[in-house]
Ligand binder design. Structure first.
Ligand code: ZN
Ligand code: ZN
Length: 484
């Protein structure tokens, strides 16, 4: 939806949506006033955005409108660049998975929290480490493990042995780097609304404008940690957010961010966007019939600000059947989440399916054809007189024929049933074992700022419902002729 600006003529032309008068400029000629990188017009922010430093500028005046900036962090060039504080820290690099952790000089590491590897290298800091804020740990290891196991125990259809493996895995206290996003979101949506008026329908073009502010929407800056996992243990209580101080890091690891806010901009757009879309659904309820026009719906952010902070997370990686599963407990609220593997027991139900679709199915079928053949040859051998020996064969082969046919029927019915039952169990298991749903944006709405929803109706026409015949009340293509 973010890119569905009206009148987009060419996606490659960065100025196709820019105000009049700037068309003469080419993308190459516009440089970021802060860092001199090339900048382009982004409809998502209704301004020129620098993908290098994250600043957003007004396309006309080049005045700063907001920023996805990181606030001055930089790589060390020489020994003199390293601050006294950073000298007291070291960086731990995992040789196996490439994770980069930061710890104070007294925190010894034995095992990588992401992959469990003991192959760790301790080295000098390579980049300034300056979080703006931190929420200190409140939940200790015992409580975190208790919550984690309670959550894991509540999961269903998990493979045998997985839960006990979780019980044996140690949790690591980790400060995870987060970018907290503050911004103003604007969404414009167009649709067609119809009211039932007895024998007729009244049709309106509906233009809605939704405006709201969000404060502190968290986005984790660590590639190693699944975004969905972090969303699942939200929210954190920001009333306990304090200015970063070295003392909070003692005895803990901090994960080093490897994604800057500007790298997460698209993720930010899409999270705000899906929230807007869900909110504008409220408009639809006003009408007897409502049809959204996605191509005439778009959103943009303004007054963008990000804050860099460390949030406390108890973290655990469990390796099972060559796959890694991440689990986390919110180190402040104790909320646990993760993603569980789904049991392979249901797969065994597919045994019948496989049999039916494989060559094995021919064995009972061929047997069923062969038996009457032998049976008839026994029956009509000689002069049709039935001896005791023949009676035995007839009874035996007939019984075998009945059993074989019953087996064929059972196999096919069983395959049909197991296919459907296992599909259902798989679906339920996947839903149950997936991450908990992300909490939306409701709790990040800034209530000190005005939230507004304006709905405008433009009368398009009135239609008399057809009462005879079986056709639709209003052909859909008629509506289109009323919309410019
Ligand atoms: Zn820049
Ligand atoms: Zn590792």
């Amino acid at each position: 939806m973010w890119n569905r600006q009206p009148n987009i003529t060419g996606r490659n032309d960065p100025f196709s949506n820019a105000p009049r008068g700037r068309e003469r400029l080419s993308a190459e000629s516009v440089k970021c006033p802060t860092c001199a990188a090339n900048i382009t017009y982004m409809p998502e922010v209704k301004g020129m955005m620098c993908r290098n430093c994250g600043n957003i500028y007004d396309a006309e005046t080049m005045e700063v409108l907001g920023s996805f900036g990181t606030g001055g962090e930089h790589d060390y060039v020489g020994e003199q660049d390293i601050s006294a504080e950073d000298r007291r820290r070291h960086e731990i690099l995992c040789n196996s998975c490439g994770a980069q952790l930061i710890a104070d000089e007294n925190t010894m590491s034995t095992m990588c929290p992401f992959c469990g590897s003991p192959a760790l290298i301790t080295r000098r800091m390579t980049r300034e480490f300056k979080p703006d804020y931190i929420i200190p740990f409140k939940i200790d290891r015992d409580e975190a493990s208790k919550n984690m196991m309670a959550w894991i125990s509540s999961r269903k259809y998990t493979p045998w042995g997985f839960k006990s493996k979780c019980r044996l895995t140690k949790m690591t206290a980790l400060y995870v780097p987060f970018w907290l996003l503050d911004c103003h979101v604007n969404t414009e949506m167009t649709g067609t609304g119809k009211y039932d008026r007895g024998a007729s329908k009244v049709v309106y073009e509906v233009n809605s404008k939704l405006t709201y502010y969000v404060k502190g929407v968290p986005f984790d800056g660590a590639t190693k940690i699944a975004n969905k996992l972090m969303e699942a243990i939200e929210p954190f209580d920001y009333s306990e957010l304090v200015k970063f101080d070295n003392k909070y890091l003692q005895g803990f690891y901090a994960d080093k961010y490897d994604k800057r806010p500007i790298d997460l901009a698209d993720k930010m757009f899409s999270r705000l966007d899906s929230f807007s879309v869900a909110e504008t659904d409220l408009i639809a309820k006003k009408y007897d019939e409502y049809e959204a026009r996605p191509e005439k719906t778009f959103s943009w952010m303004s007054d963008v600000k990000t804050r860099y902070c460390l949030l406390p997370v108890w973290f655990m990686t469990v390796e099972f059947e060559d796959r890694q599963y991440q689990f986390a407990v919110n180190g402040q609220t104790g909320e646990a989440s993760g993603q569980m593997p789904t049991t392979s027991a249901t797969d065994k139900m597919d045994f019948f399916n496989e049999m039916v679709s494989s060559n094995w199915k021919w064995i009972p079928i061929i047997t069923a054809v062969v038996i009457p053949f032998i049976l008839s040859s026994v029956l009509f051998q000689g002069n049709c007189s039935v001896s005791g020996f023949k009676t035995f064969w007839i009874v035996f082969l007939s019984a075998l024929e009945i059993i074989t046919i019953a087996l064929i029927v059972l196999t096919f019915v069983g395959a049909f049933l197991s296919k459907h039952i296992s599909k259902r169990i798989h679906k339920v298991a996947d839903e149950v074992n997936d991450y908990d749903k992300d909490p939306g944006l409701d709790q990040y709405l800034d209530t000190t700022q005005k939230t507004s929803m304006k709905v405008e109706e433009n009368y398009l026409g009135q239609f008399v419902k057809e009462t005879s015949g079986n056709g639709p009340d209003i052909p859909d293509n008629i509506i289109n002729t009323f919309v410019p």
